[in-house]
Design a protein around this ligand. Structure first.
Ligand code: PLP
Length: 405
C-alpha cells in the first residue's frame, strides 16, 4: 500500500498463514485506538468509519465503558446462569425499560439473538397461536443478513453465505424486502413470525420504502404473527433514534439486539419482548454459558445508560444529516447512489470507476477505514462520537479517491 509500512506486510502474511480465509481484511494491522481514531503497528493513524460494523457506536474505549469493565474485572467475571449475580437484574431491567418491553433474554453474539428469536417464535406459535406441531413458518426478506449459523444461512439469499452449507433448516419463506403485498401473500395460518431488518445493513444500508415498517406491524397484528425486528446493526443509536423502527413509531413484538450493546468491549446480545412472548420459555429449553455474564452485564448497563441520555441518538441524527448532505453532493461525481439514516450510509460507487474494495483500499491509504459490500457498495458507519471535522475530512478523502479514479 504505502512505502512507510514496516511491520504491516509480515503481520498480514502471518495472520493469513494461521487463520482460515473466511474474511478478506484490508491490509491494516491495528494495535491501539481511542474514540474514532485507530493506530496501526507502523504508527499510522486512521479514522475508523466502520466502527466494528456498528459494534463501536460509542467509539473505541469509551471511558465510562472501560471504567465499568475494569471495575468488574476486579470483582467478578463469570458465574454461569446456574447462579444469579449482582449485575444481572439491573442490566435486564434497564435494557427492558429502554426497549419498553417486559423482559429480556441475554446471549452473546447477534446470531445467537436471532436463533433465540426463532426458537421463541416457534414455541409461541405452537403453545399460544396453536400452529400444528412442526409446521411453524417464519417469513424473511430477500437480501437479509441475520448471521452465520446453519439455520440462519438456510434462509439467506446470498450464495456466498449459503451455498455448500446445506442441508438447510426448513420453515422459512423469503419475500422481496419492502414489498408489503408479497409479505401479506406469504403469511398464512402456519406463520408465527416475520423477521426483518428495519434497514438492511449488510445488503448496503438499504432503507425500505416509507410506510413499510408500519405496514409490517399492521399485518402482523391483524394476522396474529410476531414482528421480530433485527436491530442488531440498526439499533442503539446508529440511525439517529434508539431503534430504526422508531422512525415510523413502530414497536415490534421483539427487538433483537447485539453489537453496540457490548460497548465494543465484550460480545453482548439480547432479545427484548413482553411476557406473553418471552414467557413461553421454561428452564432447560434455551441458554448459554456466557450469556448475561457479570462482565457483559456491567458494560452493557453503562451502554444502556449512555443511550438513556439520548445524546448519542441526537448526535447521530444531527451529524448524520450533515454527512448525508455532503455525500449527496458526490452523486454524479463518482457515486451513483447514497442511502441511509443517521450516521450510517451505503454508497454505490460508479462501477466503471472501481470496485468497492478498491475504493476502500484507496481510502485506507488516505487514512479512512471503511468496508465494501456486494461489489460496488461501501458502507460508512463512524462511531457516534465522530466530530464534524472528522466527517468533513472523510468526505474530502472520498471525493479525492473518486476524482483520481
Ligand atoms: C442485522 C444483523 N443481524 C445479525 C448479525 C449477526 O451478528 P453476529 O456477527 O454478532 O453473530 C449481524 C452482523 O453483522 C447483523 O448485521
Amino acid at each position: 500500500m504505502v512505502d512507510d509500512m514496516l511491520g504491516t506486510p509480515s503481520a498480514v502474511r502471518d495472520a493469513e498463514r494461521w487463520t482460515a480465509h473466511n474474511y478478506h481484511p484490508l491490509p491494516v494491522v491495528i494495535s491501539s485506538a481511542e474514540g474514532t481514531a485507530v493506530t496501526d503497528i507502523d504508527g499510522r493513524r486512521y479514522l475508523d468509519f466502520l466502527a466494528g460494523y456498528s459494534a463501536l457506536n460509542f467509539g473505541h474505549r469509551h471511558p465510562t465503558l472501560i471504567a465499568a469493565a475494569h471495575a468488574q474485572l476486579d470483582r467478578l467475571t463469570l458465574t454461569s446462569r446456574a447462579f444469579v449475580h449482582d449485575q444481572f437484574a439491573d442490566f435486564c431491567r434497564e435494557l427492558a425499560e429502554l426497549c419498553g418491553k417486559d423482559m429480556v433474554l441475554p446471549m452473546n453474539t447477534g446470531a445467537e439473538a436471532v436463533e433465540t428469536a426463532i426458537k421463541v417464535a416457534r414455541k409461541w406459535g405452537y403453545r399460544v397461536k396453536g400452529v400444528p406441531d412442526g409446521q411453524a413458518t417464519i417469513v424473511v426478506a430477500e437480501g437479509n443478513f441475520h448471521g452465520r449459523t446453519t439455520t440462519i444461512v438456510s434462509f439467506s439469499t446470498d450464495s456466498d453465505a449459503r451455498d455448500d452449507f446445506g442441508p438447510y433448516t426448513p420453515g422459512f419463506k423469503v419475500v422481496p424486502y419492502g414489498d408489503l403485498a408479497a409479505l401479506a401473500e406469504a403469511v398464512d395460518d402456519t406463520t408465527v413470525a416475520v423477521l426483518i431488518e428495519p434497514i438492511q445493513g449488510e445488503q448496503g444500508v438499504v432503507v425500505p420504502p416509507a410506510g413499510y415498517l408500519t405496514g409490517v406491524r399492521q399485518l402482523c397484528t391483524e394476522r396474529n404473527v410476531l414482528f421480530l425486528a433485527d436491530e442488531i446493526q440498526s439499533g442503539l443509536g446508529r440511525t439517529g433514534r434508539t431503534f430504526a423502527c422508531d422512525h415510523e413509531n413502530v414497536v415490534p413484538d421483539m427487538y433483537l439486539l447485539g453489537k453496540a450493546l457490548g460497548g465494543g468491549i465484550v460480545p453482548v446480545s439480547a432479545v427484548a419482548a413482553n411476557r406473553d412472548v418471552l414467557g413461553v420459555l421454561r428452564p432447560g429449553e434455551h441458554g448459554s454459558t456466557f450469556g448475561g455474564n457479570p462482565l457483559a452485564c456491567a458494560v452493557a448497563i453503562e451502554v444502556v445508560r449512555l443511550l438513556a441520555t439520548g445524546e448519542f441518538q441526537r448526535r447521530s441524527a444531527e451529524l448524520g444529516a450533515h454527512l448525508h448532505a455532503a455525500l449527496e453532493k458526490l452523486v454524479g461525481q463518482g457515486l451513483v447512489a447514497v442511502r441511509g439514516r443517521g450516521l450510517w450510509a451505503g454508497l454505490d460507487i460508479d462501477p466503471a470507476l472501481m470496485t468497492g474494495r478498491e475504493a476502500c483500499e484507496r481510502l485506507a491509504e488516505r487514512g479512512i477505514l471503511a468496508k465494501d459490500t456486494h461489489g460496488s457498495t461501501i458502507r460508512l458507519a463512524p462511531p457516534l462520537v465522530v466530530t464534524v471535522e472528522e466527517l468533513d475530512h472523510a468526505v474530502e478523502q472520498l471525493a479525492a479517491v473518486l476524482r483520481q479514479a
